[in-house]
Design a protein around this ligand. Structure first.
Ligand code: GLP
Length: 266
């Protein structure tokens, strides 16, 4: 696991962009260089990765990467929002990722939370797992982290081996996300989310976290025990995980001098 601490949110976006492109283009499985139609990017929602998406768009404009024929797989989706709801994660990713990155909308894959019965949601979750496999697996999974340590919508208590499935959202997550809705009552109670086992299958994980509200979750995820009580702790189990943090999010890390030495190549 690499822990990279940089000055502020802009620097996090730039460094995370570098780490994502390196993961997409530099892996041994791409020894002959990437073909754009082969790239599979795992997409997170929330505020944390927005600067990273802007940097990736700039990198594409500069000719460093080409997302026009890549596949994007979302981590999660709300259950029960009507198609086209502006806060559904499909709509958010169409706005924040497909537009700026020129990723073809038909290559954006999002778990289907539109079903109203549990059986159909289960079938759709299994289909989502198959779609990831058919695309060749996720090359780089972009991640944010919830203040309670959640990854995607894997709330504390989620199995470390879980696959895409329906989950109930915690009261904390619903109140954190109420800012995107007219009222707390409008925030869905359930979601479909990739499982922690699904996330761990990605070839590289790039976590971005900024601000003091994330400091406790970041410390628990990166330096606490590997535990379902902190889903973010699965980063410790992954062979190629990179956490890019600003100073405020990194404030609680005990091993900071070591991370800085490692980042400096010492
Ligand atoms: C959301 C998403 C997560 C995201 C997290 C943090 O609910 N499901 O994928 O990482 O919460 O969001 P933010 O980056 O806005 O703090």
């Amino acid at each position: 696991m690499q822990v990279l601490v940089v000055a502020d949110a802009d620097a996090v976006a730039r460094r995370a962009c570098f780490e994502v492109i390196e993961g997409l283009t530099g892996g041994a499985h791409r020894a002959n260089g990437p073909a754009s139609e082969d790239l599979v990017l795992g997409l997170a929602t929330g505020s944390s990765p927005l600067g990273l998406y802007r940097e990736l768009a700039l990198a594409q404009d500069a000719g460093r990467i080409d997302f026009s024929a890549a596949h994007g797989f979302a981590l999660d989706e709300y259950v029960g929002l009507p198609a086209g709801h502006p806060q559904s994660y499909r709509e958010v990713l169409l706005r924040e990722v497909c537009g700026p990155l020129r990723l073809a909308p038909e290559r954006l894959h999002v778990p289907d939370g539109s079903h109203t019965d549990e059986e159909s949601l289960i079938v759709a979750a299994a289909a989502y797992e198959r779609a990831i496999t058919q695309a060749g697996g996720v090359d780089v999974q972009i991640l944010g982290i919830g203040v309670n340590g959640h990854l995607g919508f894997n709330e504390p208590g989620s199995s470390l081996a879980s696959r895409t499935r329906v989950k109930r959202l915690t009261a904390r997550t619903r109140s954190d996300n109420a800012r995107f809705f007219d009222s707390l009552d409008d925030v869905p109670t359930h979601c479909v989310t990739q499982g922690l086992g699904t996330v761990l299958d990605a070839r590289r994980l790039v976590l971005v976290a900024t601000g003091s509200t994330k400091a406790e979750a970041v410390s628990a995820a990166l330096e606490g025990p590997l535990t379902a009580s902190c889903p973010g702790s699965v980063l410790q189990w992954h062979p190629d995980a990179v956490a890019v943090l600003d100073e405020a999010a990194a404030v609680g890390l005990r091993n900071r001098p070591y991370y800085d030495d490692s980042a400096a190549g010492l």
